[in-house]
Design a binder for this molecule. Structure first.
Ligand code: ADP
Ligand code: F6P
Length: 471
C-alpha cells in the first residue's frame, strides 16, 4: 500500500455515511472538529487518516477525502461493546471527568482495549513511510504510542488527549494504570488541553513509574518525552462565514419568530452526556420559573441534546431523567403553544447550528467537567454581530480562555441562578465588550494555530510546519 509522511490516528474517521438518491451508501467528510483543524496541513502533505468508520464487521473501502487517504480499522461487535462502549466510555470517560458517574472496571474490557489499540497501532505502522510523523488522538487510543514505537522506532509520534486528565487521587483507581501511562509515554510529545493536566501526568509518572519528571519533560530511559498544554480550538473563519450568510441570518430571525419573538432566548447544545450538567441547568431554570424570576412568555429555553453512546447504561438513564424533567417543567409552566423548554434531539447541519447560535441571547454551557467544550467557542465565532452572552462553567477548558464569559460553578444552584439572571439583565454595552474580547482571543487562537503549535513542537525538522504556515 502507499505510505504517507503524516498519519493521523483517531478512534473515528472524519466521515459520515449517508444514503445517496439511488439508495447506495455514500461517505462524506464530516463537518467540524479535528478534520477542519488538520485540513490545511493534510492537503499539502501525502497524509493518511487511520480510524473506525462506525458499525461492525469488515472495514469499508473508502475513497480519499480531499486528498487524504482513509484507512479504516474494522471493529467486531465485541470490540465495540468492550473497547468503545466499555473501557473507553464506561471506564475512562467517567474517571477522567471527575468521576461524576462511577467508573466501571471489567477485566474483559481491558483485554479488548489492548486488542483494539494493537490493531490501530499496526494500521498506523502500515500507513507510515520511514520516519513519518504520526499523531495519535484521544483516550480511546492511549496504548497506541507505546505499541507503535515497538513496531516502528523510526517514527516521530505525538499523542493528544482531548478530554481532561485526572488528578492522581482519581487516576490511581485504575487497575491498569501503569500500562496506560507507559502507553502514552511511547510518544515523543504528549499534549493536553490544560497545564494542570500535564502536571497531573508528570506527578503520576513519578508516583506510579518512578520516572524523573517536570511539568515539561519526563525521562523514560534514554528518551525524553515532552509534555505540555495545547488548548484545542475551532475553525473560526468557517463558522463566521456561515453566520454571515444571508440565509443563515434569515433563518435566525425565523427561529426567533417561531419561538414567539420572546425577549430572551436561552440556548444549550450538548451531546446527551452526564458530564454536560444538563440536569443541573434544568433544575436552575425550573426554580427561576417557579419563583417568577423568569416568565414563559418573555423567556424561552431551547435545549438541543443529541443522543450519544446510547448502548451505555449511564447514558440511557440520563436520557430518561432529562426527558422526564423536561416533561415535568413543560407540564407545570408551559401554556398551550408556549412550552417553557423546546427540547430537540436531532443532529443539525452546520448552517442550522449557526442560525441557532445567532438566534440565542444566552448560550448556556454548564458542564460539570469538559476537556474544552467547542460549542462555547462556536457560539463566540458565530456572533459576528458582537451580541449575545456566554454563560460558561468554570469546569470547561474554554473557561481558561474566556474570562469575559459569565462564569459559573454548575454545582452551585443558587450561583447558577444568579449568574443566569445577571446575564439576562446585562446591558448591551457590557455584552458587546465581553463578546468583542472573546472574539479577539478566538481569532488568534483558532484551530490552525492549535495544529501549528502542536506540530511545531512535535516536528523538529520543521518541514511539515513550514507547509502549514504557507497554507
Ligand atoms: P464533545 O466533544 O464532548 O461532544 P464539544 O462541545 O467539544 O463536546 O463538541 C461537540 C461538537 O458537536 C460541536 O462541534 C457541536 O457543534 C457538535 N454538535 C453538538 N450537538 C449537535 C447537533 N445536535 N447537531 C450537530 N452537531 C452537534
Ligand atoms: O471529545 C471527546 C469525544 O470522545 C471525541 O473524541 C468525540 O468526537 C466526541 O467526544 C463524540 O463522542 P463519540 O465519538 O463517542 O460519539
Amino acid at each position: 500500500m502507499r505510505q504517507s509522511s503524516l498519519v493521523v490516528v483517531a478512534n473515528r474517521l472524519p466521515v459520515d455515511d449517508s444514503v445517496a438518491p439511488d439508495g447506495a451508501c455514500e461517505w462524506r467528510r464530516s463537518p467540524g472538529g479535528l478534520v477542519s483543524a488538520l485540513h490545511p496541513l493534510l492537503q499539502h502533505t501525502p497524509a493518511t487518516w487511520v480510524g473506525w468508520a462506525g458499525g461492525t464487521g469488515p472495514a469499508p473501502m473508502l475513497a480519499d477525502i480531499d486528498g487524504v487517504r482513509m484507512h479504516s480499522v474494522p471493529l467486531a461487535r465485541d470490540d465495540v461493546r468492550d473497547h468503545y462502549e466499555g473501557f473507553a466510555n464506561a471506564t475512562l470517560w467517567p474517571l477522567y471527568h471527575d468521576s461524576v458517574e462511577q467508573p466501571v472496571y471489567h477485566r474483559r474490557w481491558w483485554e479488548a482495549y489492548q486488542r483494539v489499540n494493537q490493531r490501530f497501532a499496526e494500521a498506523a505502522a502500515e500507513a507510515a513511510e520511514p520516519e513519518a510523523l504520526v499523531w495519535v488522538q484521544d483516550y480511546h487510543l492511549q496504548l497506541v504510542p507505546g505499541l507503535l514505537r515497538a513496531i516502528r522506532p523510526d517514527l516521530r509520534i505525538g499523542f493528544f488527549l482531548h478530554v481532561p486528565f485526572p488528578p492522581p487521587e482519581l487516576f490511581m483507581q485504575l487497575p491498569r494504570r501503569a500500562e496506560l501511562l507507559l502507553g502514552m509515554l511511547g510518544a515523543d510529545l504528549v499534549g493536553f488541553q490544560r497545564a494542570q493536566a500535564a502536571h497531573n501526568f508528570a506527578q503520576l509518572a513519578t508516583k506510579v513509574l518512578q520516572l524523573p519528571a517536570t511539568d515539561r519533560r519526563i525521562a523514560v530511559g534514554e528518551r525524553v518525552v515532552r509534555i505540555g498544554a495545547f488548548p484545542v480550538s475551532i475553525d473560526m473563519t468557517e463558522m463566521e462565514a456561515l453566520a454571515r450568510r444571508p440565509d443563515v441570518t434569515q433563518r435566525a430571525t425565523r427561529i426567533r419568530r417561531d419561538l414567539g419573538d420572546p425577549q430572551h432566548v436561552i440556548l444549550s447544545v450538548d451531546r446527551m452526556d452526564y458530564t454536560k450538567g444538563i440536569e443541573q441547568r434544568l433544575k436552575a431554570y425550573s426554580e427561576l420559573l417557579a419563583t417568577g424570576h423568569v416568565k414563559v412568555r418573555d423567556t424561552v429555553m431551547v435545549q438541543v441534546a443529541v443522543p450519544s453512546r446510547e448502548r451505555v447504561e449511564q447514558y440511557q438513564i440520563l436520557r430518561e431523567r432529562v426527558e422526564r424533567e423536561v416533561g415535568r417543567i413543560n407540564g407545570e409552566f408551559g401554556r398551550v403553544g408556549e412550552p417553557a423548554i423546546h427540547y430537540l434531539t436531532q443532529p443539525f447541519d452546520r448552517a442550522e447550528l449557526a442560525a441557532l447560535y445567532r438566534a440565542a441571547d444566552i448560550m448556556a454551557v454548564t458542564p460539570l467537567r469538559d476537556g474544552m467544550n467547542l460549542v462555547a467557542k462556536e457560539y463566540v465565532a458565530a456572533r459576528v454581530d458582537d451580541g449575545g452572552a456566554l454563560l460558561l462553567s468554570e469546569f470547561a477548558g474554554a473557561a481558561a480562555e474566556f474570562p469575559q464569559a459569565f462564569l459559573v460553578n454548575p454545582h452551585d444552584l443558587e450561583g447558577l441562578k444568579l449568574t443566569l439572571m445577571h446575564a439576562l439583565q446585562a446591558t448591551p454595552v457590557d455584552l458587546t465588550g465581553r463578546m468583542q474580547s472573546m472574539r479577539q482571543h478566538l481569532r488568534v487562537h483558532d484551530i490552525r494555530a492549535w495544529a501549528r503549535s502542536y506540530l511545531t513542537s512535535l516536528d523538529q525538522t520543521g518541514n511539515l510546519v513550514t507547509q502549514l504556515a504557507t497554507t
